[in-house]
Design a protein around this ligand. Structure first.
Ligand SMILES: Cc1cc2nc3c(=O)[nH]c(=O)nc-3n(C[C@H](O)[C@H](O)[C@H](O)COP(=O)(O)OP(=O)(O)OC[C@H]3O[C@@H](n4cnc5c(N)ncnc54)[C@H](O)[C@@H]3O)c2cc1C
Length: 459
């Protein structure tokens, strides 16, 4: 499966993907020729060629059929090396299918799961829409979309400000049921189809964002006006479901970040082998060679951390609250991985541009695309700040640091482990304000530490 994908990307995909990126954002056609609202997104035809390939290979159906996330994340890793942006639709489709498979009623599953699991080009896509204009970090305060019960369905009204994969046939949407508590605990998760039962549009796309990264993927603003929605799980457990959706996408983000860094480095390497300065290839200049060697070690570590988060997720993805200790361990590793791999990807993409010198900023050389694409990785699915603070929380409340050190004890030298452990313990004893304000250096250190230990067991 992966070999066939790789061969296709090398012969055809790379050129198509580059052309689509240069072509820019798709268009929104809001009305048909008779003036009827249709909100159709118009893509370059080749976009569908790339997109549908990944679905056919199994970025969604394999997870549902094989009851394992490993094939899906392996595909995402491989595809992202060539086109990191295209993995956004795959991730949000997985983030729609999994909660439906776990928490949807038998009727909902019978109605929608077969379309998301198709292996041909008629497969439906998903989307995950939480963020509103007031902000994505503090969803409890910012989500104003309301849901009113209406028979076996709900009617949702509100506006979603960042909606990747707008136009998807199904979306999972965060909204507050009428009368629910304020804050994040009052949120619930709903399944919202693109079309109502009577065939009319169920959500409206106000506009598409003009953005520097993932240009081929439509990110829109969506209006919900008495949109038909179906509750997933119970109305008071939405916060857990939202977090489970984020678990899937944060882990995917880590895998994409590593693949992007790897790609940026590969391009930098082949450039450095051929570009000469001061009488020899720049790769043979001691300073640059040393940087390559260091960064290669960083890449191995970043991969080890990202893949650990994939494997732990694969152990716990079918758990429901109350969760096991393994789930809390997963949460901490996922925060470390999302934070560190995204930072590594941004830094590596910037460095790879510098290796290309002035040519690096020219669109035709490709290095600038990796930097553009990398910039989003540290922001969506929860910014780096969010990863640090949520990572602290799971250490404070679930003692996930002890679970992590227990896991690393199997491979880490005990002296290093004790040093790191005591630094974390000291930090957790700080007064709350300092604990939060000074968290980044500790989180960075812990991420690198865990990544390097995990990398030492890669063969
Ligand atoms: C291209 C693109 C596609 C997207 N697609 C989707 C999508 O499909 N679905 C979806 O739901 N969302 C989507 N998003 C939204 C994304 O998840 C948010 O942008 C992100 O979560 C941050 O929210 P915000 O932009 O509102 O920033 P804010 O929450 O307003 O934060 C602004 C800054 O303040 C920092 N900050 C906030 N709180 C704290 C704190 N306590 N301590 C320290 N710093 C803090 C943040 O880290 C950030 O740096 C998308 C965004 C982009 C750019």
């Amino acid at each position: 499966m992966l070999e066939a994908e790789e061969a296709w990307w090398k012969t055809e995909g790379v050129a198509i993907s580059g052309a689509i990126d240069r072509g820019g954002t798709p268009w929104l056609r809001m009305f048909d020729c008779l003036g009827k609202r249709v909100d159709e997104i118009l893509y370059p035809r080749e976009y569908q060629t790339i997109l549908r390939r990944g679905y056919r290979s199994g970025v969604v159906w394999r997870a549902l059929e094989e009851k394992s996330l490993l094939p899906a994340y392996s595909l995402i890793y491989n595809i992202s090396f060539h086109d990191p942006g295209i993995c956004c639709p795959y991730t949000v489709s997985l983030g729609t299918a999994v909660p439906l498979a776990k928490y949807g009623s038998p009727e909902l599953q019978a109605r929608f799961l077969p379309q998301l699991s198709r292996k041909d080009d008629s497969v439906w896509q998903g989307a995950t829409w939480m963020t509103e204009i007031k902000g994505g970090s503090d969803l409890g305060a910012a989500v104003e979309t309301m849901a009113q019960p209406a028979g076996d369905a709900w009617l949702l009204t509100g506006d979603k400000y960042f909606t990747s994969n707008a136009g998807a046939e199904l979306a999972v949407v965060a909204a507050r049921p009428q009368g629910a508590a304020a804050g994040v605990r009052g949120l619930a998760l709903f399944l919202v189809p693109r079309f109502r039962k009577n065939g009319e549009l169920n959500y409206f796309i106000r506009r598409l964002k003009d953005k520097i990264a993932t240009r081929s993927v439509p990110t829109g603003e969506v209006e919900l006006r008495d949109a038909e929605g179906y509750l997933l799980g119970s109305a008071d457990s939405g916060v857990y479901l939202i977090l489970e959706v984020l678990n899937l996408s944060r882990v995917a983000n880590s895998v994409v970040s590593v693949a992007l860094a790897q790609r940026a480095m590969a391009d930098a390497l082949s450039y450095a082998e051929h570009r000469a300065a001061f009488g020899k290839p720049i790769l043979d200049q001691p300073l640059l060679r040393h940087q390559f060697e260091n960064r290669l070690r960083g890449l191995r570590s970043a991969f080890a951390l990202a893949w650990e988060s994939v494997q732990l997720l694969n152990d716990v993805w079918m758990e429901r609250p109350p969760y096991s200790d393994r789930y809390h361990l997963f949460r901490l590793v996922a925060h470390l991985a999302k934070y560190w791999t995204a930072e590594f990807a941004v830094d590596t993409a910037k460095w790879a541009m510098e290796v290309h010198g002035g040519l690096g900023v020219l669109a035709e050389f490709g290095a600038e695309r990796w930097l553009r694409e990398a910039m989003i990785l540290a922001i969506w699915e929860g910014t780096s700040h969010r990863q640090i603070l949520d990572g602290l929380e799971v250490m404070e409340r679930k003692r996930a640091n002890q679970l992590l050190f227990g896991r690393l004890a199997e491979i880490a030298p005990s002296k290093q482990l004790q040093d790191m452990e005591s630094q974390v313990e000291q930090h957790l004893k700080l007064p709350p304000h300092e604990r939060e304000a000074l968290a980044e250096p500790l989180f960075r250190k812990l991420s690198v530490f865990a990544a390097e230990i995990l990398a030492s067991k890669l063969n």
